[in-house]
Design a protein around this ligand. Structure first.
Ligand code: NAD
Ligand code: AKB
Length: 320
């Protein structure tokens, strides 16, 4: 790829991934875009930035032609919790947006499309522990439905049109740069912010809730490694399981207490509990390990230590 368009670049993952892609492909060759009106200064100042609604195909066309784009990273999405508040919007952005991306890439004979999936592709019939790569995909959220359909669509474009489409089933991503955008795993980020700011946190899922999670540096590494993997060596395409760690909220709170001893958590489960209960507790990512060498670096305590260090420094400066 020579010129990459990142769609949805202002979100939790895009705000960091776009900068990493720019380090590899060059600032001027990576065009950030989003529908949001307040992208970070870092995003706007480190390279080209364009306003783009993924549903606006003519505008996408205009940007692709103007910059001679030959690769797209599609991060625009409505996540699980927000998707349940507005299922049709989730369908529209996640599916019609993806079709626009795939058709644009096909027509322009692009070199690659990366479009992430999620552990939300799994559902109540999926084995909960060490969830296999090939398994039952019957999600009960609209977000999950769009993720399964998106995986299938990506694989269809690979087989039917020979388009290079890649994707990972990210677990919950934990980070300290941009807040998450309305998912079920948001609690695993909020718990760190509230620990630093208030020394206490009210959690919207039960303390025994266990989900697969990943720290942002591992998320960036996984994404960049998959983007640079040899396509001819991939047996899977749009649906790689990737794992790093799994823990309950109680285990996460205990990890935080090693650094903030008086930290308190209370539990007030809401509608997101049922979503969390429908997702796996842990993931088998051996296909990603075998096909493109995936290996995570962070476990729970290493992540907690780093998250608290960064957030305490931000808090001291009044930034959070
Ligand atoms: P996010 O909600 O933080 O960011 C999504 C971005 O898309 C936002 O900046 C938003 O403004 C933008 N967007 C929304 N509608 C748009 C539209 N119509 N046109 C253009 N942009 C639009 O999401 P994220 O966490 O950064 O997720 C990125 C991708 O990773 C998504 O596909 C998501 O499903 C997937 N994913 C994320 C996680 C996670 O924990 N963050 C886990 C699994 C999968
Ligand atoms: C969400 O909770 O919706 C996302 C995801 C796991 O896809 N973080």
């Amino acid at each position: 790829m020579k010129r990459i368009l990142v769609i949805g670049s202002a979100g939790q993952i895009g705000s960091e991934l776009t900068l990493e892609i720019r380090k590899i492909w060059g600032n001027e060759n990576v065009i950030a875009s989003d529908v949001c009106s307040n992208p970070s200064q870092k995003l706007q100042e480190s390279g080209p930035y364009e306003s783009l609604n993924i549903l606006d195909r003519p505008r996408m066309e205009e940007i692709v032609r103007h910059y001679a784009i030959d690769g797209i990273v599609n991060l625009a999405a409505i996540l699980s919790a927000n998707g349940e508040k507005n299922p049709l919007k989730a369908w529209d952005v996640n599916m019609n947006g993806l079709i626009n991306v795939l058709e644009c890439a096909r027509e322009h004979k692009m070199s690659q499309v990366l479009t992430p999936s999620s552990i939300a592709a799994f559902g109540p019939g999926t084995p909960l522990n060490n969830t296999p790569q090939e398994t039952v995909l019957r999600p009960t959220t609209m977000y999950g439905v769009t993720k399964v359909a998106g995986e299938l669509l990506g694989n269809y474009y690979v087989q039917k049109f020979g388009l290079d489409v890649r994707g990972l089933r990210y677990p919950g991503i934990i980070s300290n740069e941009t807040l998450p955008g309305g998912g079920t795993t948001d609690y695993a980020v909020a718990i760190y912010y509230d620990a630093v700011k208030y020394g206490k946190y009210t959690c919207f899922v039960r303390e025994d809730t266990m989900l697969p999670m990943m720290y942002m540096p591992d998320c960036l590494k996984a994404t960049l490694d998959l983007m640079q993997a040899d396509f001819s060596k991939l047996k899977h395409h749009g649906d790689f399981n990737v794992a790093a760690m799994s823990f309950t909220v109680k285990e996460q709170a205990d990890s935080i207490r090693k650094y903030i001893p008086g930290f308190e958590v209370t539990y007030e489960p809401d509608y997101r509990q049922a979503i969390a209960d429908s997702w796996p507790r842990s993931i088998d990512d051996s296909a990603a390990r075998e096909e493109w060498g995936w290996k995570p670096a962070y476990d729970l305590d290493a992540m907690t230590q780093d998250m608290l260090k960064v957030l305490k420094a931000k808090h001291a400066k009044g930034l959070i």
